[in-house]
Design a binder for this molecule. Sequence first.
Ligand code: PLP
Length: 473
Amino acid sequence: MDNNEFRTQAHRLVDWMADYWENVEKYPVMSPVSPGEIKKQLPQEPPHEGISFDKTFADFEKIIMPGVTHWQHPSFFAYFPSNATPPSILGEMLASALAVQGMIWQTSPSAAELEEIVMKWLARMIGLPDGFEGVIQDTASTAGLVSLLTAREKKSDFQINRHGFSGNEKFIVYSSAETHSSIEKDVKIAGFGSDNLRKIEVDDNFAMIPEKLAEAIQEDLNNGLTPLAVIATLGTTGSTAIDPLKEIGEICRRHDIWLHVDAAFGGTALILPEFRYMIDGIDKVDTFVFNPHKWLGVNFDCTAYFVRDKGALIRTFEIMPEYLKTGQDAVVNNYRDWGIQLGRRFRALKLWFVLSSYGISGLQKIIRRHIEIGQWLKNQVDAAHDFELLAPVPFNLVCFRYHPDGIKDENRLDNLNARLVDAVNATGKIFLTHTKLKGRYTVRLVAGQYRVEKRHVETAWDLIRETASKLTV
Ligand code: PLP
């Protein structure tokens, strides 16, 4: 493709993208295709000769689009949102055109220095105290791993990096029973073994019970084990429960235990002063992560990872081959040493565009609107005699189930609600997912898409009730 054709096709694609967003509500939110339906339409062998872009793009529209689930649809209420705002997409476009590989400062000083500045902005925006330094990671899963590896190295005086495990470490990691599954994965990858992850009991609000954490730590100490790290979550995946950071932090301080905060979704709410209570206790935190790629309007991937001890982070990951040494190493941030990957995309650009375009007040308005809509739905569910709330609603995720009068059997209720979710999703009008809370099948509805308006959630609530009323119970 020469530059002229690139120009023509790129203009066409920008129009296509703008049309897509304008018309996104016309698509079924969740792709209705069956497993295998997409791949059977694609050639099984790669083309020997190049094919015109027009033909490939025609296949994209015909074959690929039907298999897309529309995360940018305002009635995408599933999982947590992954918002892509126009300024963020423009940032992605430029980043892909510049195609910078920002492994070290010299490979693009702007990538390194813009990242440093926008991470400072973000720290301010969410109320982190001075002393935290930020770096963009790909995902919260990776940030959790980076945190645990740093904790491991600091505890072993950086000896495990050199010699491997001696076999005597017996490190234990603690999280609540509601912590995201990525933490268990991180514990496995870090070499601790998933048996050494203690899942601490939660209270009726699904938040970690600090007394249970203290008891588990004491028991492990009594057994000669080494409590290494605690993960506290601000906004759990199941129900957006908020772990009590202050009490957890005090326990960690008392026992010299590393404290990582996973605020992947909930962290964005910290741009609202009324949610700053969540980080009461932040002075006792070692590392903190949240995902602008969930609720702050920045395209996936963009995870904001903040650390108090930058030296320990760098010492954990630093590698200094001759070919990467530069004359500026002492005075710049070489982000290759701030995490796992060497090569890095220019992700700061899209983050910068979003923060600049909306400003703090623009983003606050959006987040407040989502929370208001979520609270509206919470009140509807609460008032409906045949529905019940299954968890508190601190933000915009409502956890509920259909519970017609007279049905007491939990298996029947689980089955009924699973059928309800399948039936509403099959309409293509909305997309909901579920979880289990206290063993009960729980319907989750997150009103967090940047296009969502109250009318979309009103329509969803009507659809849910109407569909439920038609189910055989
Ligand atoms: N932590 C929490 C609380 C989450 O809800 C999620 C994903 O939904 C993650 C971590 C993992 O996020 P990522 O996809 O960025 O690894």
